[in-house]
Design a protein around this ligand. Structure first.
Ligand code: UDP
Length: 451
């Protein structure tokens, strides 16, 4: 098909959460570098104030009147349901106005899989639409299989027979029932309804996904077969187009602290933008980190300790434990931290971005997933890529100490570090000329130029 002139506009619809804003902004920057004009449509909730990296972009706000408190009161799943309902009509108006402004220069609408309301608006204006998946291909195929697995009683709600949760799910090895991406934030029904919506391709012409075939080629083949529209694995996007995308201010003082530490001596502890910890879990983690005798850099996000604004409600002993070997910040420049030579391991909740960022720097991980796709990622880190140690069950100081020493001190950890470095090289090779993600991106861009 004939290519259209450069400069046509792509409208990207972002989920208002850090783990989604970063990859969609990286995608937008990638497309901009390929000659497209960019409009970012976002909500006023968690509005991303563009940094200097995005001066040429147009930003529009999708009108919605959800109170700020809804996110905390309802939890992410119910909030997303409500947001999708709320934005369904207002995004049509928004897109209609953009079309009036831009003439027929809008090539297509790319929407995050969790902002599925955008498809109806694109369809109404006969604009091609593309789904952007910010989770792994494996998590996508798991979400697609939920209904059938529950109907066949292969999966049961988490509360039910504990023993069964350790069983492998047929055709999903090595995932066990408990590794399936169940959200702890909503009822099973509500979660399944959301999942059905996210995996429904509707009228999408293709799916782009922030992963690489060296990480999950069989899940990608399966996804391709399931969707019957082109699937483009073009990630990890943070290696394709770096940009400043933080909603919170990064505390760079931790880099100076890292500069004073020995090579591979620090374990970096960071649980992403949503995970929460109980006070006793924070104390047990601190005690375990201390007795592991390793230095640690710990991100404790404001609001991430239940019952405390930050760390003010923690018992006094906490500061004493930390003052020896630790350094605490509210938010870190995570990618820079992971690339620092002093960092030898990453204690993570295994969000997909954190997983990609850690592999991209060859840093092995300790996996303590909290919810959703994090369990899938943790299982893959431990059993498929073999660069992670999963801490299962209650978080106590002994388990923390053991996991940290296995990764940071013992031979087992050294093996993981070597494998992590080899995987890093494969991952980095996939985004440069001739690599699989690079080729996928070229194909996708070629397709976009024909629209
Ligand atoms: N992040 C960061 N600084 C921090 C903690 C996290 O920049 O102190 C970033 C991290 O680099 C990642 C994102 O926040 O890109 C978290 O996304 P992820 O998918 O890992 O987890 P989520 O927040 O969605 O649970």
């Amino acid at each position: 098909m004939e290519e259209k002139p450069a400069g046509r506009r792509v409208v990207l619809v972002a989920v208002p959460a850090q783990g989604h804003i970063s990859p969609i902004m990286q995608l937008a920057k990638t497309l901009h570098l390929k000659g497209f004009s960019i409009t970012i449509a976002q909500t006023k909730f968690n509005y991303f104030s563009p940094s200097d990296d995005f001066t040429d972009f147009q930003f529009v706000t999708i009108p919605e009147s959800l109170p700020e408190s809804d996110f905390e009161d309802l939890g992410p799943i119910e909030f997303l349901h409500k947001l999708n309902k709320e934005c369904q009509v207002s995004f049509k108006d928004c897109l209609g106005q953009l079309l009036l402004q831009q003439g027929n220069e809008i090539a297509c609408v790319v929407y995050d899989e969790f902002m599925y309301f955008a498809e109806a608006a694109a369809k109404e204006f006969k604009l091609p639409n593309v789904i952007f998946s910010t989770t792994s291909a494996t998590a996508f195929v798991c979400r697609s299989a939920f209904d059938k697995l529950y109907a066949n009683s292969i999966l049961t709600p988490l509360k039910e027979p504990k023993g069964q949760q350790n069983e492998l799910v047929p055709e999903f090895h090595p995932l066990r029932c408990k590794d399936f991406p169940v959200s702890h934030w909503a009822s099973l029904e509500s979660m399944m309804e959301l999942y059905r919506n996210t995996v429904d391709k509707r009228t999408a012409s293709s799916v782009i996904i922030n992963t690489a075939s060296c990480l999950e080629s069989s899940s990608l083949s399966r996804l391709q077969q399931q969707l019957q529209i082109p699937v483009y694995p073009i990630g990890p996007l943070h290696l394709v187009a770096s940009a400043s995308t933080s909603l919170l201010e990064e505390n760079k003082s931790c880099i100076e602290w890292l500069n004073k530490q020995k090579k591979n001596s620090v374990i970096f502890v960071s649980l992403g933008s949503l995970a929460l910890m109980e006070i006793n879990e924070v104390i047990e983690t601190a005690l375990g980190l201390d007795s592991s005798k390793q230095q640690f850099l710990w991100v404790i996000r404001p609001g991430s300790v239940r019952g405390s604004e930050w760390i003010e409600n923690l018992p006094k002993e906490f500061s004493k434990i930390i003052s020896g070997r630790g350094y605490i910040v509210k938010w870190a420049p995570q990618k820079e931290v992971l690339s620092h030579p002093a960092v030898g391991g990453f204690w993570s909740h295994c969000g997909w971005n954190s997983t990609l960022e850690s592999i991209g720097e060859g840093v092995p991980m300790i996996c303590k997933p909290f919810s959703s796709d994090q369990m899938v990622n943790a299982r893959y880190l431990e059993c498929v890529w073999k660069i992670g140690i999963q801490v299962e069950g209650d978080l106590d100081r002994g388990a923390v100490e053991r996991a940290v020493r296995r990764l940071m001190v013992e031979e087992e950890g050294e093996g993981m570090r070597k494998r992590a470095i080899s995987l890093k090289e494969q991952l980095r090779a996939s985004v440069i000329s001739g690599g699989s993600s690079h080729n996928s991106l070229e194909e996708f861009v070629h397709y976009m130029r024909t629209l």
